[in-house]
Design a protein around this ligand. Structure first.
Ligand SMILES: Cc1ncc(C[n+]2csc(CCOP(=O)(O)OP(=O)(O)O)c2C)c(N)n1
Length: 391
């Protein structure tokens, strides 16, 4: 007999899961519908599975406990932030993964390879995965997984085979859809980007120093590579999360965090290469429109951290893309003379919806930047404690 998915949803809430980010699967349809409609859980409709893992990690940094939901077809999209964020930083994320292509069960052919690989992927990553069966005690499985996560500060997975749950009643053809997930009024599609500039390009260090001087107390998540090295050198552990790894997902982490602590400004310090890798996050951030999220894109036109190879950023207008995705305001700055006016503009405009500022920088890099001295686990814990300690 298929199980009642409602029990599973209640078990998640009972175990203290505060947020769910995911990409839908028909097997998990009920869960998505419940999460969309429930005031008891924060639901983030992720653009890609790795974004779901990263947003769930951001929820944990903000004092909550996040789950990432996905079809196993998308498990590959989640591996990078599992392997380079959740596991090394010891940020627990509950993985809820459907199992298409389970060996021995009839399914569409294109699901078989991933179906066969799914248990092995969890094994290789050292993530304990419990397959839910019809005779499973759902509440127990959820509680045990969450207890493990809290104790070990590691991700854990619950695997949901096809046919385990009764079919969802809502969401079928002809049923009324729930209200649109989120208010979309924040962005003004006709808004034009603000443009600042003049003079030679500043360096990344100069931009970051000016930024941190303006916002010494705000929370910030920075992108992998040199940016986070600089942030560890110039920043403070209780409010700056210098993320190394999970390339492209700084905005997703910032989003999960911002949803947990909407009373605080959350800055995302991004790179052009990283943002191009996960441009879909602009759409998620734009749609959910966290009021106090500020997205700074430091654009040197290169992958500086791996040797200065060219990115395609000269062809990308990040502010236009952000506005098109629902950011409330966006601007760019090209030239050191424009930096102070651009930062004044940010200070005036921030607070009513996501804001993006792209700052073109030179390729000059600070000498001898070391990796953070603290371990990833220490960084994550210090940051989470710092967030918790805020008024
Ligand atoms: C998924 C993934 N792909 C590639 C890399 C290697 N890598 C680390 S930093 C980096 C460059 C990032 O470029 P950008 O965001 O423009 O920042 P910059 O290095 O210029 O500061 C790359 C490609 C990685 N860490 N993770």
């Amino acid at each position: 007999m298929p199980l009642d998915p409602e029990l599973f949803f209640r078990a998640l809430l009972g175990a203290g899961v505060t947020g769910l980010a995911g990409v839908p699967c028909s097997i998990l349809n009920h869960l998505t519908l419940e999460a969309e409609a429930s005031p008891d859980i924060d639901y983030i409709p992720a653009s890609v599975e790795g974004e779901a893992v990263s947003a769930a990690a951001g929820m944990w940094l903000g004092g909550g406990l996040g789950a990432a939901m996905m079809q196993n077809s998308g498990l590959g999209n989640a591996v990078n932030p599992l392997a380079s964020l959740s596991i090394p930083y010891e940020i627990p994320v509950l993985m809820i993964v459907s199992w298409r292509g389970e060996p021995g069960k009839k399914d569409a052919v294109h699901h078989y390879p991933m179906g066969a690989a799914t248990p092995g992927i969890f094994d290789l990553l050292g993530i304990p995965a419990t397959v839910l069966r019809e005779d499973s005690d759902l509440e127990r499985c959820v509680t045990d997984a969450v207890a493990y996560m809290r104790k070990e500060r590691k991700p854990a997975a619950l695997v949901v085979p096809r046919g385990l749950f009764q079919k969802a009643e809502g969401g079928g053809e002809g049923d009324a859809r729930p209200a649109p997930i989120l208010a979309r009024e924040a962005g003004d599609r006709d808004a034009a980007p603000q443009r600042f500039g003049g003079g030679a390009l500043p360096s990344r260090s100069e931009v970051l120093a000016a930024w941190l001087e303006r916002y010494p107390e705000d929370l910030a998540v920075s992108t992998t590579g040199f940016m986070s090295r600089e942030v560890s050198a110039q920043g403070a552990v209780d409010r700056h999360f210098p993320m190394q790894g999970s390339m492209g997902f700084a905005a997703a982490i910032g989003l999960g965090l911002a949803r947990r602590v909407p009373q605080h400004a959350v800055h995302v310090l991004d790179g052009d290469g990283a943002l191009i890798m996960r441009l879909g996050s602009l759409a998620t951030v734009g749609a959910l429109a966290p009021r106090r999220l500020i997205h700074l894109v430091v654009d040197n036109g290169t992958y500086a951290s791996t040797g200065g190879q060219l990115t395609v950023s000269p062809g990308v207008d990040f502010p236009l893309a952000a506005l098109a995705c629902g950011y409330r305001v966006a601007g760019s700055c090209r030239g050191a003379d424009g930096l102070a006016p651009a930062l004044d503009w940010v200070a005036r405009e921030a607070g009513e919806g996501p804001l993006l500022l792209q700052v073109a920088v030179s390729e000059a890099e600070a000498e001898g930047l070391a990796r953070p001295v603290l371990s990833p686990q220490e960084i994550a814990l210090a940051f989470r404690d710092g967030v918790a300690g805020r008024a």
